[in-house]
Design a protein. Structure first.
Length: 491
C-alpha cells in the first residue's frame, strides 16, 4: 500500500486537467451556474470538487475503482480488513452496522449511553434493545461506558442476543475496556459493534486509548469530522473477522445511504487518511503535548478543575482516557456550563465542544497550536475573573441513576409509530413516551420511545431547559407538553 496516494484527490485533479465537460448533475456545472454571492463566500474550489462519483470522478461503471482503492488504503492505515466510506455521517454508519447484526424482533445488547442515532436505528429496524447500564459517577453526575461484566451478565440472561454495541470513547473522553467486552462477545461467537465516533485519531498514537480494531471489535464506526480533519458528515466504518459478512454490511449501508454521495466528503476522508498515515504519530504527539500544557494552565485558574485520568478511570468508571477533550468542571466558580458557554461565545467568540450543568469542554485536535489555545486560556481566565457577575443560573434537578433510568414498556419502534397524543408535562408521569427527548450536545437521549416517564426525569428535563439545555428533538422543544402513546396497552 502506497499511503502517499490519495485516489479520490488524484482523480479530482485529473478530472480538472482533462477539462471534462459534464452534461449531467450537479447543475452548477463546475461553478459556472452558481450564484455569484455564493461563489464569493464558498469559493470556486468547493464547486470544482463537486462532481458525480460515477460518470465524473470515475467512469459510469467505476472501472478505475477510485473509491475502492481509497477504502483499501484506509483499511490498511487503521488495521482493518474492510473499510466503507459514508457521506451521511456516523449516524448512518452505526445503523448499517446494527442492521448487519440483528433484524426486526431480534435482540441486541446496547449501552444505555448510546447516541440518538443508535435509537433511531432501533426505531427503523424494530430490533429489541437489551439495555446495558453505564457505570455511574454519582458525585459528578456523569456516565462512563458499561463494564465487560455487565455485558457478560446480559448475555447470560439473554443468550439469544445477536451481538452487542458499546460507545467508546464518550464525548467526555472516557473509554471502555474494549478488549474485555470483545472477549465476552467472541466467547459466544457474537459480534461487537463499537460506536467510536469520537475516536478517529486513536489508531495513530500509543498513548491514546486502544483503537477498536486493535481491541478486537468486529465493526467500528468513526466520524472523520469530529477528531479528524475531514468535512462534516464524513464517516467511515471498519470491519474485521468472520462474524459479519462484508457484503451484508455493504448492502445495509447501500439500503440507507444516498445515491448521490458527495465527492467532496470522500476527498476529505481520503486526504485525512494520507495525512495521518504519513504524519499521524508526529501530529498526535504534538497535540498530546499541547493538551497536557493547556490542562495544566487551566488547572491553575482559580475555580476551575480539569477532569483527568484520576477523575474518569478506575473501578466503576472508565478503563482508559483520552485527554484531548478538555473537560473543565466549573463548580468552584458557581457557574453552569451553559452560562459559561454562552458567555465565551458572546464575549470571546469561542465555541465550546459541549456543556452541561457544571462543565464545559474544549475539544483539542492536531489542528490546534499555541495561538488557538492561548486565545482559549485568555478567555477562560477572563471568565474566572468575571464569574461573580454571571448569573448562577437555574438549578438543574439531577436524579440519581435509579431515578434517571426509565422502564422500557414497549419497543422503541412500536411506541414511535403508535397513535400518539400530546399531554401537559405535569400529567406525563406514568405515560409511555412516543418520542426521543435528548439534551444536545452530546446527544444521549434521556427519554426513549417506549419508556415509561417518571417525575424525576421530567423534573430534570424541565429544569435543564430552564437552565439552558438544548432539547431539539421532541415535538415541543420547550417541553410544556410531551408526546406519549395514546393507549398504553400495546395497541
Amino acid at each position: 500500500m502506497n499511503h502517499r496516494e490519495a485516489p479520490v484527490l488524484d482523480a479530482l485533479a485529473a478530472y480538472t486537467e482533462r477539462d471534462e465537460l459534464g452534461f449531467s448533475p450537479p447543475g452548477h456545472k463546475q461553478a459556472r451556474g452558481a450564484d455569484p454571492a455564493v461563489r464569493a463566500v464558498l469559493g470556486d474550489a468547493v464547486f470544482l470538487g463537486d462532481v458525480l462519483a460515477s460518470g465524473g470522478l470515475d467512469d459510469r461503471r467505476t472501472t478505475a475503482n477510485v473509491l475502492g482503492r481509497a477504502e483499501e488504503l484506509m483499511a490498511d492505515a487503521v488495521h482493518a480488513e474492510h473499510t466503507f466510506f459514508s457521506t451521511c455521517g456516523s449516524s448512518l454508519s452505526v445503523k448499517a452496522a446494527m442492521l448487519s447484526v440483528a433484524a426486526h424482533g431480534q435482540k441486541l445488547l446496547v449501552g444505555r449511553d448510546a447516541h440518538k442515532s443508535v435509537v433511531s436505528g432501533l426505531i427503523l429496524s424494530g430490533i429489541e434493545p437489551v439495555w446495558i447500564e453505564p457505570q455511574w459517577d454519582t458525585g459528578r453526575h456523569l456516565a462512563h461506558p458499561p463494564s465487560a461484566d455487565s455485558f457478560a451478565r446480559a448475555f447470560e440472561e439473554h443468550p439469544d442476543a445477536r451481538g452487542a454495541l458499546v460507545t467508546s470513547p464518550t464525548p467526555y473522553g472516557s473509554a471502555a475496556d474494549l478488549c474485555a467486552v470483545a472477549e465476552v462477545c467472541h466467547r459466544r461467537s457474537r459480534p461487537l459493534i463499537v460506536d467510536e465516533a469520537w475516536g478517529a485519531h486513536l489508531p495513530f498514537h500509543e498513548e491514546l486509548p486502544s483503537w477498536a480494531m486493535d481491541a478486537g471489535a468486529d465493526v467500528c464506526v468513526t466520524s472523520i469530522h469530529k477528531m479528524g480533519s475531514g468535512l462534516e458528515q464524513g464517516s467511515v466504518f471498519h470491519l474485521q473477522g468472520e462474524l459479519i459478512d462484508a457484503d451484508t454490511l455493504a448492502s445495509r449501508a447501500d439500503l440507507l445511504g444516498t445515491t448521490s454521495p458527495s465527492v467532496l466528503l470522500y476527498a476529505g476522508i481520503d486526504g485525512w487518511r494520507r495525512q495521518m498515515a504519513l504524519h499521524g504519530h508526529a501530529l498526535m504527539s504534538r497535540a498530546l503535548e499541547l493538551a497536557a500544557s493547556v490542562r495544566q494552565e487551566i488547572e491553575s485558574i482559580e475555580g476551575m478543575h480539569v477532569n483527568d485520568r484520576e477523575d474518569f478511570c478506575g473501578p466503576g468508571a472508565g478503563a482508559d482516557f483520552d485527554p484531548l477533550p478538555v473537560v473543565i468542571d466549573l463548580s468552584g466558580l458557581g457557574v453552569s456550563g451553559y452560562a459559561a458557554a454562552d458567555w465565551l461565545r458572546e464575549h470571546h467568540r469561542i465555541d465550546a465542544h459541549l456543556m452541561d450543568h457544571r462543565r464545559v469542554s474544549a475539544q483539542l485536535t492536531h489542528a490546534d497550536d499555541s495561538r488557538t489555545t492561548g486565545r482559549l486560556l485568555g478567555a477562560l481566565r477572563d471568565l474566572a475573573d468575571r464569574a461573580e457577575t454571571l448569573p448562577s443560573g437555574q438549578h438543574v434537578e439531577l436524579p440519581d441513576p435509579d431515578g434517571l433510568r426509565l422502564a422500557q414498556a414497549r419497543l422503541p419502534r412500536d411506541a414511535y409509530f403508535s397513535t400518539t397524543e400530546d399531554v401537559p408535562l405535569e400529567k406525563a408521569a406514568g405515560r409511555t413516551a412516543a418520542e426521543m427527548i435528548t439534551p444536545y450536545p452530546p446527544g444521549i437521549p434521556a427519554v426513549l420511545p417506549g419508556e415509561r416517564l417518571n417525575e424525576p426525569v421530567l423534573r430534570y428535563l424541565r429544569s435543564g431547559i430552564e437552565a439552558g439545555t438544548n432539547v431539539p428533538d421532541p415535538a415541543d422543544p420547550t417541553l410544556r407538553t410531551v408526546r406519549v402513546c395514546a393507549q398504553d396497552d400495546g395497541s
